[in-house]
Design a protein around this ligand. Structure first.
Ligand SMILES: NC(=O)c1ccc[n+]([C@@H]2O[C@H](COP(=O)([O-])OP(=O)(O)OC[C@H]3O[C@@H](n4cnc5c(N)ncnc54)[C@H](OP(=O)(O)O)[C@@H]3O)[C@@H](O)[C@H]2O)c1
Length: 401
């Protein structure tokens, strides 16, 4: 990379929505690396946001000096203000303040809030324009049409950060999409890849969040254990790459080194490989369409030795099959599925339901609320999402009774 290319990337103004989470912290570690290696002013930060982890947000703000720091929980405004007193950093609190921060000018916005809570801020960033480094898959799953419509009518460019979609984004020949027969996303299989169903039924939250290859937030870790994560990713890929359900599939690859495979009409398969380290797709997104040096692990294939692949078992992992059904059904099904899954995962993490009940809650919620038309604007998506959350909570109460 020559110096002028590097400056072009390093001077990008960055907002990190969800800076205290796993992706947020990894993003700031890429920024830290760029500041240490290349330019101490690299990636000037417009805003950092978090929901309740006020101490971590304040520590990040003191270190990375954003123009503003925003905490979602309005009750924590006073504490954040006190922790940042004398720094000159603007402090704000509440859901609306996060959306406002997302709408402020920035060259790159990392959307790393977990769950459908990321939807309104992500849409605000898309409407403002610029590069949108999109880690939050739930907002595309819940509001695919709204999201794509906002993207078409703005000057935003979405760079997927999810490793499989980031890989596909790099390998897919967008000019010849008709020549793409199939896109296959890989799944590690999660911590219960080889567990029988009876054992999975007794799995604890601690076991479910102990992912063999990736260190991630609790919600996506549980989604990886149920394979719901892969199902949500198929829906995400459908929207981001415009491919129908029958040209998208999943293969289990326990090493998490190949992230996606693109099958072309001439028989070629193009794959993307990297170590399982989210700092790679984050660096791709921050520098796109250029490339920057990142602190990610480098892959030593000789040390890895072998790569293996196996079919996904939809009987033991019914969440994958359910998400595929929702992808094929379309309408409001993905919105309902996403909301029900968020509620069910929280209930599992709080010990209210068993691991295998997560799928049951989502199924009951879908049965209760279908058929519905998809939300055509943010308000209607949020209304369907709220209905689904209520129905899922009722299903959980029934299970717990
Ligand atoms: N982690 C990964 O390796 C990975 C890989 C691919 C895709 N993703 C996707 O990236 C997103 C983030 O994942 P993660 O693992 O980084 O999650 P995480 O560790 O749980 O972090 C979530 C972030 O969102 C904030 N947040 C939580 N609830 C919020 C709300 N209601 N309003 C505003 N902010 C809120 C959290 O703030 P507090 O800390 O204050 O709670 C935190 O900063 C998810 O959509 C996930 O599917 C993650």
């Amino acid at each position: 990379m020559n110096l002028s290319d590097l400056k072009h990337v390093l001077w990008r103004r960055l907002t990190v929505l969800g800076s205290t989470g796993s992706i947020g912290v990894s993003t700031l570690s890429v920024v830290d690396y760029a500041r240490t290696q290349f330019d101490e002013q690299a990636f000037p930060i417009e805003a950092l946001t978090a929901q309740s982890n006020v101490d971590a947000l304040a520590a990040q703000a003191r270190r990375f000096r954003p123009a503003r720091a925003v905490i979602g929980d309005a009750l924590l405004y006073g504490r954040l203000r006190d922790l940042l007193a004398g720094t000159g950093i603007e402090v704000a609190a509440g859901d609306k303040a996060i959306v406002d921060a997302a709408a402020e000018p920035a060259d790159v916005t990392m959307v790393a809030i977990v769950g459908a809570a990321g939807l309104a801020p992500a849409l605000a960033a898309v409407r403002r324009g610029g590069l949108i480094a999109l880690a939050n898959k739930e907002c595309v799953v819940a509001a695919g049409h709204v999201f794509l419509e906002a993207m078409r009518s703005s000057r935003a460019m979405i760079i997927p950060v999810d490793s499989e979609h980031n890989a596909a984004f790099q390998v897919l020949d967008f000019a010849q999409e008709h020549a793409v027969e199939r896109v296959t996303l890989t799944a590690s299989g999660g911590p219960f890849r080889s567990w029988p169903m009876e054992r999975m039924a007794r799995a604890t939250p601690e076991q479910a969040v102990a992912h063999p290859n990736w260190s991630m937030g609790a919600k996506i870790s549980v989604d990886s254990a149920t394979l719901m994560n892969k199902g949500l990713e198929l829906i995400e890929a459908h929207h981001l790459f415009g491919l129908p359900a029958d040209r998208l599939d999943v293969i289990v690859h326990p090493q998490s080194i190949v992230h996606c495979l693109i099958y072309y009409a001439d028989g070629s398969i193009l794959a993307h490989l990297s170590a399982p380290d989210m700092r790679t797709p984050i660096a791709v997104a921050l520098a796109w369409p250029r490339r920057m040096t990142s602190p990610s692990q480098r892959l030593d294939l000789a040390a890895v030795g072998g790569l293996s692949f196996e079919a996904a078992d939809r009987q033991r992992f019914p969440c994958l099959a359910l998400a595929e059904d929702c992808l094929r059904a379309g309408g409001a099904a993905p919105t309902v599925l996403n909301a029900a899954n968020e509620i069910a995962v929280q209930a599992f993490l709080h010990g209210q339901i068993g691991f295998m009940d997560i799928c049951g809650v989502a199924e009951q919620t879908l049965a209760h609320l279908q058929p519905q038309r998809p939300g055509r604007d943010l308000e209607s998506v949020l209304a369907i999402d709220a209905d689904a959350r209520r129905a899922a909570s009722t299903a959980i109460l029934r299970l717990a009774a």
